[in-house]
Design a protein around this ligand. Structure first.
Ligand code: URA
Length: 209
């Protein structure tokens, strides 16, 4: 599983434990999703290219580095991916945001595409798809297909929890896509929810159930 990065920093593990707790309420759940997204984004952006510049400090001229090259776009998969945007844009405020709307057909569990609005220059950007739950992988694979159809060449996938099934689905369909996750759970239940998981991330984040 070489393109799988599990961000098992103690702070991430601690916060994911709080997310798993069924007594964690909507406000705290939303804050935790945003914080964990920020930590995972920190690792997902570790390979951003740098260039050397000179800056005058109050004491001397420093040869120092800043981020250079291609720019980023974050692509939340609606709706639960929206909960990660606040955290990731705290780290990369200049990133553009595209949206991909997919819902899971309750009978077939297949993902159905109903909306997308992407930055016009997506082909020139490094795209990071964000969705808290990588369950069957159907939505993730569809979102990557949509981005590739629009010309995106550099795509990463970021989630808070993943299942082995979801990871395999991405690896099979898109072996070039690096996956960043806070934890790899045991599997899926018959309703295709991640077990032990956090339940329905969208409902818990937006208080819809
Ligand atoms: N979506 C969720 O919100 N939770 C899961 O466990 C799987 C998909």
């Amino acid at each position: 599983m070489s393109n799988l990065h599990i961000i098992d920093h103690p702070l991430v593990q601690h916060k994911i434990s709080l997310l798993r707790d069924k007594t964690t309420g909507t406000k705290e759940f939303r804050e935790l999703v945003s914080e964990v997204a920020m930590f995972i984004c920190y690792e997902a952006t570790r390979d951003l290219p740098l260039k050397q510049i000179e800056i005058e400090t109050p004491l001397a001229v420093a040869k120092t580095k800043i981020i250079s090259g291609r720019k980023l776009a974050f692509i939340p998969i609606l709706r639960a991916g929206l909960g990660m945007i606040d955290g990731v844009t705290k780290l990369v405020p200049a990133a553009k945001i595209g949206h991909i709307g997919l819902f899971r057909d309750p009978d077939t569990k297949e993902s159905v595409h109903y909306y997308s609005k992407l930055p016009e220059d997506i082909a020139e950007r490094d795209a990071i798809i964000v969705d808290p739950m990588l369950a069957t992988g159907n939505s993730a694979v569809s979102a990557i297909n949509i981005l590739k159809e629009k010309g995106a060449k550099s795509i990463k996938f970021m989630c808070i929890l993943s299942s082995p099934e979801g990871v395999s689905a991405i690896q099979k369909a898109h072996p070039d896509v690096e996956i960043y996750t806070g934890a790899l759970d045991v599997g899926l239940n018959e309703d295709k929810y991640i077990v032990p998981g956090v339940g329905d991330a969208g409902d818990r984040m937006f208080g819809t159930k």
